[in-house]
Design a protein around this ligand. Structure first.
Ligand SMILES: O=C(O)[C@H](O)COP(=O)(O)O
Ligand SMILES: [Mn+2]
Ligand SMILES: [Mn+2]
Length: 559
């Protein structure tokens, strides 16, 4: 015990043994919803997940994965990977980025902080650039936060403002980008009426421009850099509404995949390259898809792509995206302080952990799981394996993704008996669900189910325990619905495909030959959410959870 009285030592669980191998499986984007034709999980052949659901009722339950249960501002906010994995790993509910930015804007504290005062120094002579995702999705950013920030910065001296937009269609309906750009344009007109030179300067679809993650494809970030910083892009337009409308006409191009464009003046010159003396804010609060650009903006030494020009700017993130790397060093709002995560506790208590996913979800079971912290707690006690994802494709063309490879790695790790916890994320239902391709999503769900089977078979062989859950819904509902729950049609009478996550709960299943006979889900935690899983898993490792963790979902009755 340290001088503060704090100790990493966990108490022994009074009834549950240590030393069982636990498979901790997170199905990304696998919610529970009514069985119908838009529920890809229902339509897909998923015998393994079906058998868990149809098995002992005290070994399968649903938990909340959205809204306040995962630290989001309201219960109308769908879940997402960041908040879901944070809750799963940290065992407590933290006010998340979306909420922290809301309150910093509401109280005005955002303008008193070090980050804003730092960028403000450039307002007199330089341009303020805002780069980020333009939608109301609330997963990475929110347009109303941008609107408030634009107002707030302009009354505090920003005279020249350029917005570099990334169109969404992934956390909101495809096609909705046109409306968001119109809304932003209206705000910019109002600023111009007040004498502020404010314009959209560049844009592109989030999946093709800037918002790659976990270094899957630096080309994506480079395309954004060229448009935002250098002012160069294959498509040039006089205004952004026209840009988005025209680029959407390209066959097979949706909001997520719009090619990069720049806005040019009458002489054909781009209106807003980033130059020496400017201020830049990346306005996403969520880290995974902004931290690559953050490194390009922040680091003098950088070799991921040729930046051609590296302007001397004052740069701040909406949040600090990586607490370990302290990146970026300047930020407008402090991120949630997610400390004492279950991973860190377990390492201190002798639990050896193996974690694996493919690139596009690798940071979910490592970085997000560990409270947005990169790296190992202990390189002797942990091993994290990343399987390279396909890049340069939309995942509906490869819906099986690397599920089999992830399962094989997990199986081998389990059978090696070197690890006490083998943790994976299976991305299929989420990544393919986001494409809106129903047939491909059905294939994706089946592939994920087969991967679960391989992992459960290995657990069977070593006498271990499994915990199978998900981080939020996605593939279980692929259609936008009205308040009554009926599918919405567009003007042509076609159903509106839902590419985003949902508000649905997710399953938690426990079992395996190593599960002590009297273990069952309690019935007195009916409102349980993802944050209750950490204490549950600690119990299954033979420990009691820290007292401030959300309560465990299980109890042990005498058999
Ligand atoms: O970043 C994404 O792909 C989506 O905005 C959210 O999906 P995720 O939360 O499952 O990563
Ligand atoms: Mn997810
Ligand atoms: Mn997703």
């Amino acid at each position: 015990m340290g001088s503060s009285g704090f100790s990493w030592k966990l108490n022994d669980h009074p009834k549950l043994p240590k030393g069982k191998t636990i498979a901790m499986v997170v199905l990304d984007g696998w919610g529970e919803a009514h069985a119908n034709q838009y529920n890809c999980i229902h339509i897909a052949e998923t015998p393994t997940m079906d058998s868990l659901k149809k098995g002992a009722p005290e070994k399968w339950r649903l938990v909340k994965a959205h809204g306040k249960a995962v630290g989001l501002p309201t219960d109308d906010d769908m879940g997402n990977s960041e908040v879901g994995h944070n809750a799963l790993g940290a065992g407590r509910i933290f006010a998340q980025g979306a909420k922290l930015v809301d309150s910093a804007l509401e109280t005005g504290k955002i303008y008193d902080g070090e980050g804003f005062n730092y960028i403000k120094e450039s307002f007199a002579t330089g341009t303020l650039h805002l780069i980020g995702l333009l939608s109301d999705g609330g997963v990475h950013s929110r347009i109303d936060q941008l609107q408030l920030l634009l107002k707030g910065a302009s009354v505090r001296g920003a005279k020249r403002i350029r917005v570099h937009i990334l169109t969404d269609g992934r956390d909101c309906l495809d096609g909705s980008s046109v409306g968001f750009v119109e809304t932003l344009e209206n705000d910019l007109v109002k600023l111009r009426e007040k004498g502020i030179d404010a314009q959209i300067a560049s844009g592109g679809g989030r999946m093709y421009v800037t918002m790659d993650r976990y270094e899957n494809d630096w080309e994506v970030v480079k395309r954004g850099w060229d448009a935002q910083v250098l002012g160069e892009a294959p498509h040039k337009f006089k205004n952004a509404v026209e840009a988005v409308k025209k680029l959407r006409e390209i066959p097979n191009i949706s909001d997520q995949y719009l090619p990069p464009f720049v806005i040019v003046d009458d002489s054909g010159k781009s209106v807003g390259p980033i130059v020496d003396g400017d201020a830049v804010v990346t306005m996403n609060f969520r880290a995974d898809r902004m931290v690559m650009l953050a490194s390009a903006l922040e680091y003098e030494k950088f070799d991921k792509f040729d930046r051609v020009r590296y302007p001397k700017i004052r740069y701040a993130g909406m949040l600090q995206y990586d607490g370990e790397l302290k990146l970026p060093s300047k930020y407008l709002v402090s991120p949630p302080e997610i400390d004492r995560t279950s991973g860190e506790y377990l390492v201190h208590n002798g639990v050896r952990t193996f974690a694996c996913s493919e690139t596009v979800k690798f940071g979910h079971v490592t970085f997000f799981w560990n409270g947005n912290r990169s790296g190992y707690f202990s390189d002797k006690m942990e091993e994290y394996v990343e399987i390279p994802s396909d890049s340069g494709i939309t995942f509906n063309v490869q819906p099986k993704m690397k599920a089999l490879e992830i399962a094989e790695k997990a199986r081998d790790a389990i059978l090696s008996r070197k690890w006490d916890q083998v943790r994976v994320n299976l991305p299929n239902s989420d990544m393919v669900g986001h494409t809106g391709d129903i047939n491909a999503t059905i294939v994706a769900c089946k592939a994920a189910d087969q991967a679960v089977k391989m992992i459960l078979d290995a657990i069977e062989q070593v006498g271990g325990i499994y915990v199978v859950t998900a981080d939020h819904g996605n593939a279980e509902d692929m259609v936008k619905r009205n308040k009554k729950g009926e599918p919405l049609l567009d003007k042509n009478g076609n159903i509106q495909i839902l590419t985003s996550h949902t508000l649905e709960p997710v399953p938690v299943a426990i079992g395996g030959p190593g599960l002590a006979p009297g273990v069952r889900f309690r019935t007195d935690v009916p409102t349980g959410g993802l944050a209750n899983v950490a204490a549950t898993v600690m119990n299954l490792h033979g420990f009691e959870a820290p007292s401030d963790y959300e309560t465990t979902l299980i109890e042990v009755v005498d058999k």
